[in-house]
Ligand binder design. Structure first.
Ligand SMILES: [Zn+2]
Length: 497
């Protein structure tokens, strides 16, 4: 009979558990020092080992050699608990056993002495699903538990538990497993099962599992059923995952601002059957990793790759491709597109637009960057007009027309207001346009925040030239600014979600 990997390789000793060292150490300590609490609350997302650790604790308490932090795994109690068939260790599913009647029955049962073991252990999974009256009934038991009873509750959603219940439990937070931890565990299983996997397969499985060992093992089960040799192509198809190499290529192409190539790469990805939403999510995740790598290095545990070599190696080469602001901006674009794809049939279009905009970063982002920096620094004093030489001087060397004069006055006023806020330096890498100093540039960038100014600039020759001069190096093309402003207006309702 085929036994799924999650069951076949469920850890039988504390040492075999992947991750969660903080929980294991504390529990082993409690057992050896005879300070096991009467109720524990295990919190954490699905598939991170809550049930496994609950069974191990039950074994530690009831092992014939115990209570011991190293249960023997051989005695009757250990075997029965491992099989989930011990009458003194009750596993209850909070989702299906959630009413007052069930909890009343449980309370009656609690009063009885254990049948064969030292302790009766009640493990209630998804305990937050219990009804209000059921919680009240449970609370009475928790207040005065008989000494032979231990409760272990687990939940993916601790906030939904009444405070009265939470406060009576010792709480442990289980972490999502890192990709490195999952890959390590999968490698061992592949060796024992004689499964041959191509490079990158296990990393792709781990990434898609998002910290859940159970999900990762489920995927491996499914792939193992295809044969003893696992190809990356199959893995990606089953997981709905985008090839990491393709994403690395996409990042390069976007950095080169090659829009045509970016669109053709996107088409390649989607033609393999990847969903629009999946691509948006996963590429955003990839850029997020670049962002993390640029700050924390490519061996950071904060990377989704958790420092896994193949995933990290590409990041090392690419982490300086983009500025922080560019990465944040692209991630936002992709997330918006993925959200749209979730709701609309035109999701592909949304994603293509996001990719197009991401491929024209130099035109857009420096402005954004400058504006954000200016926003971050509040205006503390107004500089006198005479001391605030703004781009107005540069903008109108040949004397503006009447309409232009009005626009320049407005800009000048704005510049005066923001003069003392313009102390932020542009990125060190940015080259300033000829004849323009840093402060002037920042002020011009600040004025570009106002869509009306941008509109006016489009109709005013000298002003237009000033913007274009700045655009060459710094991205102040009024056409693009206008498109950007309009797209932002359209995107606004989405952001409120
Ligand atoms: Zn034992």
């Amino acid at each position: 009979m085929y036994v799924v990997f999650a069951r076949k390789y469920r850890p039988q000793t504390f040492e075999q558990v992947v991750g969660q060292q903080h929980v294991i150490a504390a529990l082993q300590n409690a057992v050896s020092s005879d300070r096991v609490a009467h109720a524990y609350l295990f919190c954490g997302s699905r598939g991170v080992g809550k049930t496994t650790v609950a069974r191990l604790l039950a074994k530690a308490l009831n092992c014939k050699q115990g209570p011991t932090p190293q249960p023997c795994c051989e005695c009757d109690a250990c075997r029965r608990i491992a099989a989930g068939s011990d009458i003194d260790v009750m596993e209850i599913d909070g989702a299906s056993t959630r009413g007052i009647d069930e909890v009343r029955k449980l309370r009656e049962n609690v009063a009885l002495a254990p049948a064969r073991s030292r302790f009766k252990v009640y493990y209630i999974d998804e305990v937050h699903m219990l009804t209000g009256p059921a919680f009240n009934a449970l609370l009475k038991t928790l207040e005065e538990p008989p000494p032979h009873v231990k409760f272990i509750f687990s939940t993916t959603d601790p906030q939904k538990l009444p405070e009265t219940v939470r406060s009576r439990c010792q709480r442990f937070d289980f972490h999502r497993l890192s990709e490195a931890e999952i890959v390590g565990a999968l490698q061992q299983i592949c060796e024992r099962e004689g499964l041959k996997v191509q490079d990158g397969c296990l990393e792709a499985i781990a990434r898609a599992a998002r910290g859940s060992m159970r999900d990762a093992l489920g995927a491996l089960d499914q792939l193992g059923a295809l044969g003893d040799e696992i190809a990356l192509q199959d893995v990606l198809a089953i997981l709905g995952a985008v090839d990491r190499r393709l994403m690395a290529q996409m990042a390069n192409v976007l950095a080169e601002q090659d829009t045509a190539r970016a669109l053709s790469l996107l088409d390649d990805a989607l033609s393999t059957g990847i969903g629009v939403e999946d691509f948006g999510d996963q590429f955003a995740q990839y850029l997020r990793d670049l962002l993390v790598a640029s700050y924390c290095g490519t061996d950071s545990a904060a990377l989704m790759g958790g420092g896994v070599a193949p995933a990290a190696s590409g990041l090392a080469e690419q982490r300086d491709l983009f500025t922080t602001e560019q990465l944040i901006y692209m991630i936002q674009l992709l997330r918006e597109a993925a959200l749209r794809a979730r709701r609309e049939s035109t999701g592909r279009l949304a994603l293509e637009l996001a990719i197009i905009r991401a491929s024209q970063l130099s035109a857009l982002v420096p402005v954004q960057e400058a504006l954000e920096k200016l926003d971050a620094e509040p205006v503390i004093a107004r500089a006198p007009a005479a001391q605030a030489p703004g781009p107005a001087r540069n903008a109108a060397p040949s004397g503006p027309n009447k309409k232009g004069a009005g626009t320049l006055r407005r800009i000048s006023e704005k510049l005066k207001a923001s003069a003392s806020g313009a102390r932020v330096e542009p990125a060190a890498s940015a080259t300033l346009p000829e004849g323009m100093n840093r402060d002037e540039y920042l002020r011009l960038a600040a004025s570009a925040q106002d869509p009306d100014v941008v509109e006016d600039a489009l109709e005013d020759g000298p002003l237009m030239r000033a913007f274009l001069r700045a655009d060459k190096e710094l991205g102040l093309n009024p056409q693009r600014l206008r498109r950007r402003a309009r797209a932002d207006e359209e995107a606004l309702p989405d952001q409120e979600e």
